[in-house]
Design a protein around this ligand. Structure first.
Ligand code: SPV
Ligand code: MG
Length: 306
């Protein structure tokens, strides 16, 4: 189906909601799934065409694209607005990085409800205090109290449509807590109704994640973000029965490298002849955002007067 936003191809089948699609990827599937980061409508359109099964609306990437630091500088309504653009330009289910839920149980459930209304398939909430700091920088990662965070999860489950996927993200290992604490937290979040656990690590090897997965023993599906342990082959994650891998920031980082190199070259050359063959043609923009749908709609609804 083509829609008003130019490139919407979402199914009209009420039996297959975005949440159902994400649930199949993360919760009811024995195969390893892959989600890729998007930070705006255009990056989501590109990711969908590359064949990814699901989209990770990354907090780091959305904040960075807006020119904010990943420290809750962007407001939750700004994130919701970006998510709407991602949802409208891509037919894949979108799992949103909801950080810690922007406060308490009430802001968490409001955020989740608005994300659901805008077409997101699920939200990941992490057990951090507000404001959070990106997990891959610094040592100031204050953890929320387990029962208070469990209340945030329960509030989301009780408020938002039943099929909306709720991923509970455990930050214990990021905060330097022992494995035991990570497992206890994950257990509490499973009891609170989470559909999957995102266990995060910033070690350069997957040892921590693999040891967690072994002890966890598949109580709920596991989601991981191998940014720092990116050299680990996917077969290792498959063998550990991980449910989903999120490539959380590579498209944003690719765009930074490409924009930097093109800007430097144009500045040095005082012209664009040298770079033109290397950059995306305008036609690609028109195709990604489905300009042909608009042309068809114009001839149907607004024929040129003769
Ligand atoms: C994100 O993509 O915003 C994440 C993953 O939350 S990380 O940057 O590793 O915290
Ligand atoms: Mg994040």
């Amino acid at each position: 189906m083509a829609g008003m936003n130019g490139s919407i191809k979402r199914s009209n089948d009420p039996k297959c909601t975005p949440a159902d699609m994400l649930r199949r990827l993360v919760c009811c599937n024995n195969a390893l799934s892959f989600l890729i980061e998007a930070h705006d409508g255009l990056s989501a359109a590109i990711a969908g065409r590359a064949g990814f099964e699901g989209i990770w609306a990354s907090g780091l990437s959305i904040a960075s694209a807006l020119g904010y630091r990943d420290a809750n500088e962007a407001s939750w309504t700004q994130v919701v607005d970006v998510v709407e653009r991602i949802v409208d330009t891509c037919d894949r289910p979108v799992l949103v990085d909801g950080d810690s839920g922007f406060g308490n149980f009430n802001s968490a459930r409001l955020l989740a409800q608005k994300l659901h209304q805008r077409g997101a398939a699920g939200v990941a909430l992490q057990d951090s205090c507000f404001p959070k700091m990106n997990s891959l920088i610094g040592d100031r990662h204050r953890l929320a109290d387990v029962s208070e965070f469990s209340g945030r999860l329960r509030a989301v489950k009780d408020t938002v449509a039943e099929d909306f996927v709720l991923v509970a993200r455990v930050e214990a290992l990021i905060a330097g807590q022992p494995m035991e604490s990570a497992l206890l937290r994950a257990s509490a979040y499973a009891d609170a109704g989470a559909d999957a656990i995102l266990i995060h690590s910033r070690r350069s090897t997957a040892d921590e994640i693999l040891s967690f997965a072994k002890s966890w023993d598949n109580r709920l599906p596991l989601v991981i973000v191998p940014t720092k342990y990116h050299k680990t082959p996917s077969s290792t994650f498959r063998d550990a029965q991980i449910a989903a891998v999120i490539w959380a920031n590579q498209p944003l980082r690719a765009s930074i490298a490409a924009i930097r190199s093109v800007c430097e070259r144009i500045a040095a050359d005082e012209g664009v002849v040298g770079i033109d063959p290397q950059i995306a043609p305008l036609e690609e923009i028109f195709e990604l955002l489905d300009y042909s749908e608009l042309a068809n709609a114009e001839s149907k609804y607004q024929p040129m007067s003769s």
